[in-house]
Design a protein around this ligand. Structure first.
Ligand SMILES: *[C@@H]1O[C@H](CO)[C@@H](O)[C@H](O)[C@H]1NC(C)=O
Length: 441
């Protein structure tokens, strides 16, 4: 099917998303349409022609305030390419405002992330997303500073997610090598899903940045990004992993909201946790896995999420204001063992002891490797067989899979001391390198 369509689609190339959808597929009723998708895409298309708004100013309701403005229409920086290491593994990539240059940079052609409320652009995003940006009033009082940090982290993450899914949608709709399908109906199912997800992630960002704007707390501006994948299966595997990290991290965010007395923010975050869980069931299904990977999702913390995003996807030096996010970036921990199977085994890791972590090149004896999986007590393992080459420390650690049934996401971290640690937060408090991320089906 694909090979027959390829020349046709190739000639239509960049015309529009609609043109990449074969007419017979667009028309048929196969049970996977949710309402008038045609008009969603039309709206989306129309919005593509609109000039980006130069500033972001808000309406009277929702999280936006009339006085809120941030950023300009463009965030071009001349940052050097990032060297990508750390949890997500891999290298290379490309992107553009709507998917095709390298690295990926905002704004999108609809002006995102500079979207006014109300505006035709927002209405088009909402149509594509199958729903509205929350339109109720924000909490009456400003959140604690610590919770503004959480909102900034959420915005920082959502900007990456919009970049990723915009590029993924581009790759699939344009039949980029590695993103071609033999089964046209599966391709269409993927396009339908990712079309909605891309807009849904835009609304997640606008919600978080809208709250920050409302409380005069400095909305987060986009960086440049590189996705370390170049084929569909790896892209979905990556989406599964970073979504799992987000799911665990939002639990941490809610814990902070509770501790700080900001209960007005909890319900909205819960709605995003479930939403991202739905996405992940689809990604797992695409990979041939059962939709729900484990009885309890793996806990994470804000520090691990911020570190993973910076280590894995963000072009270093390209972020206008990520320095306003008051969270540490740990040293990168590489999981060298690939395709980890559900069995007891020894895993190989490495970290690069440079910069503020350089002391650990010859001082790793006091460190341990910790695994965080599901909602269980962190598992501490000694670092063994360490070798040092320059500033790179390579070592092994035991993975006690069987006893702990370590399915789903595991977050590995190199920490000072050997615990024991009661919770993921206690691990993050002493972490030096991490997160090393791996998933066991
Ligand atoms: C899209 O395809 C390009 C070219 O292979 C690749 O570099 C990029 O990482 C891909 N993006 C995603 C999100 O899969």
């Amino acid at each position: 099917m694909y090979s027959k369509l390829a020349p046709v689609l190739g000639s239509l190339a960049l015309a529009s998303l609609v043109s990449a959808v074969p007419v017979d597929v667009e028309k048929r009723d196969n049970g996977i349409w949710f309402g008038g998708r045609g008009s969603h895409l039309e709206n989306y298309q129309n919005s593509n022609g609109a000039a980006p708004s130069a500033s972001y100013s808000g309406p009277a309701n929702g999280y936006y305030t009339p006085s809120a403005t941030y950023g300009g229409g463009s965030y071009s920086t001349s940052a050097p390419p990032a060297s990508h290491s750390g949890g997500y593994n891999g290298g290379g990539g490309s992107g553009s405002s709507d998917g095709s240059s390298n690295p990926f940079s905002f704004p999108l052609s609809n002006g995102f992330p500079n979207i006014q409320n109300p505006s035709d652009q927002l209405t088009a995003i909402e149509a594509q997303a199958h729903g509205l940006l929350p339109n109720g009033p924000p909490p009456p009082t400003a959140p604690a500073a610590d919770d503004l940090t959480s909102l900034r982290l959420i915005a920082f993450n959502e900007l990456w997610e919009v970049a990723f899914f915009t590029e993924l949608l581009y790759n699939v709709t344009h039949n980029v090598a590695g993103y071609q399908f033999q089964d046209e109906s599966q391709r269409q199912t993927v396009i339908n899903a990712i079309t909605a997800v891309q807009a849904q992630e835009e609304l997640h960002l606008l919600n978080a940045n809208g709250a920050l704007a409302h409380f005069n707390a400095g909305p987060i501006q986009p960086c440049k990004y590189v996705a370390p994948v170049s084929d569909f299966k790896s892209a979905i595997g990556l989406a599964k992993t970073f979504t799992d990290v987000v799911l665990g991290t939002l639990g941490d965010v809610q814990t902070h909201f509770g501790q700080n007395g900001d209960n007005g923010l909890i319900r909205g975050v819960a709605a995003v946790i479930g939403q991202e869980g739905e996405q992940n069931g689809f990604y797992r299904n695409l990979l041939g896995l059962i939709p729900s990977g484990a009885p309890f999702l793996t806990a994470s913390t804000r520090e691990f999420a911020f570190s993973a995003l910076n280590q894995g996807f963000v072009v270093q030096g390209s972020c206008p204001n990520s320095n306003t996010i008051n969270l540490p970036i740990f040293g990168a921990l590489n999981v060298l063992t690939q395709n980890i199977q559900p069995q007891d085994q020894t895993l190989q890791f490495s970290f690069s002891a440079t910069g503020s972590y350089s002391q650990y090149a010859n001082n790793y004896q006091g460190l341990s490797l910790v695994y965080i999986n599901q909602q269980n007590v962190p598992v501490v393992e000694p670092i063994t067989q360490a070798t040092v080459s320059g500033s790179t420390v390579t070592f092994s650690a035991n993975l006690p899979f069987t006893k702990n049934e370590m399915f789903g996401l595991t977050i590995a971290a190199v920490v000072e001391g050997s615990g024991p640690f009661a919770s993921v937060a206690d691990v993050a408090a002493v972490a030096k390198f991490g997160p090393g991320l791996f998933e066991i089906a």
